[in-house]
Design a protein around this ligand. Structure first.
Ligand code: ADP
Length: 341
């Protein structure tokens, strides 16, 4: 993330420096050539003025006039100025690329450190929360098994357990999100697309069965170069969302398309769809499209899609979404072909 930001900032620095340098060179060139023309004109006039004004035309010398500055020399000088200015600009381009890259690194360093510090804090806090949440969960579960417990008390404990489960999901999601933001952590190897689809489908099958949602796998197998565990996780997130945000008795389709540059995996659902206004923010952390939340009252923290995007970006790919409110959505994983075969 910071490397591409550094390159972009360097490009901006370069653009500004080169704009100033080229404008300055053009102005210099105009100034110098005008000055040369003026000197040449002045020289010519002076030469002419050396003849007495009333010299009859017949008595003026017939031989070609000899100028002190030869026009060819002037032309050659102009060309030399042009070449020199060009070389100076090339030198400035080279030097400012190096200086710009160095300065961009220094400018972004404090921001990078702040983001790393923030991620460390989120990871540490989530890890600290994990232990009490786990013991709270097991205590509630033990108490729920107590037969002497009254119905009312059981209801309260059941609701507590649901909240604790949600908290556990949140801390796990936060840890995963910060983990994937780091550059390392992925094991890149050749993985079969059908294999990861099969694994992801098996993980969400129960959820789909409860809502009587059919998952149609129409994928043509390909070999991807990537981290098997995290790619499976992306598919689980997208399939899980497709199930969560679809009504009962609908179908989810998994298909692939391929062009010269990309392999595209489409996950198409017949769910509630997403409003156009929500689409640009869908992959932001903690973003939940309001309409779908109020319509379905589905639990979640709005972290799944940002985790999925983070993972796919680490594989140099992208996730896109097309959706129509009330009709359904297509989430597309775009994988660069150099990572597939
Ligand atoms: P979560 O599902 O936990 O809220 P996500 O980051 O996975 O978080 O999704 C963000 C939001 O995007 C969801 O709250 C939902 O509004 C919307 N969304 C994601 N997938 C779909 C889908 N297949 N159909 C409709 N809305 C979706």
């Amino acid at each position: 993330m910071f490397q591409s930001a550094r390159l972009k900032l360097t490009a901006w620095y370069l653009l500004i420096i080169m704009l100033i340098s080229i404008s300055f060179s053009i102005a210099m060139y105009q100034l110098l050539t005008n000055e040369l023309d003026r000197v040449e004109r002045a020289q010519r006039l002076r030469q002419e003025r050396q003849l007495p004004i009333n010299t009859p035309f017949e008595l003026r010398p017939r031989t070609p006039r000899v100028f002190t500055i030869d026009p060819e020399v002037i032309e050659e000088t102009k060309n030399r100025i042009k070449v020199t200015l060009l070389l100076i600009n090339l030198g400035i381009l080279g030097l400012s690329s190096l200086a710009g890259y160095f300065l961009a690194g220094r400018t972004l360093k404090p921001i990078q450190m702040m983001v790393e510090e923030q991620n460390r804090f989120i990871t540490d806090a989530s890890h600290e929360l994990r232990t009490p949440i786990t013991s709270l969960k097991s205590e509630i579960e033990v108490n729920l098994r107590d037969r002497k417990l009254k119905r009312e008390a059981k209801k309260v404990l059941q609701s507590n357990l649901e909240d604790v489960n949600r908290l556990q999901t949140l801390t796990d999601d936060l840890i995963r999100l910060t983990q994937y933001q780091k550059t390392n952590g992925l094991v890149i190897e050749k993985v079969s697309l059908s294999e990861i689809i099969k694994e992801a489908v098996s993980k969400v099958l129960n959820l789909a069965k409860v809502k009587k949602i059919a998952i149609k796998d129409q994928i043509k197998d390909s070999v991807l170069e990537g981290d098997k565990k995290s790619l499976t996780e992306v598919l689980v997130i997208l399939l899980d969302n497709a199930i969560k945000y679809s009504p009962k008795n609908t179908t989810i389709k998994l298909t692939t398309k391929r062009n010269d540059h990309y392999l595209i995996i489409d996950i198409t659902d017949q769910g509630i769809g997403i409003d156009k206004e929500d689409l640009p923010y869908l992959f932001d952390r903690f973003y939940r499209a309001d309409k779908s939340r109020t319509k379905t009252n589905v639990a979640g923290y709005g972290l799944g899609l940002s985790i999925a995007k983070q993972i796919i970006n680490k594989h140099h790919g992208d996730i896109k979404v097309e959706s129509k409110l009330g009709k359904g959505s297509i989430f597309s994983i775009v994988f660069p072909c150099k990572h597939t075969s």
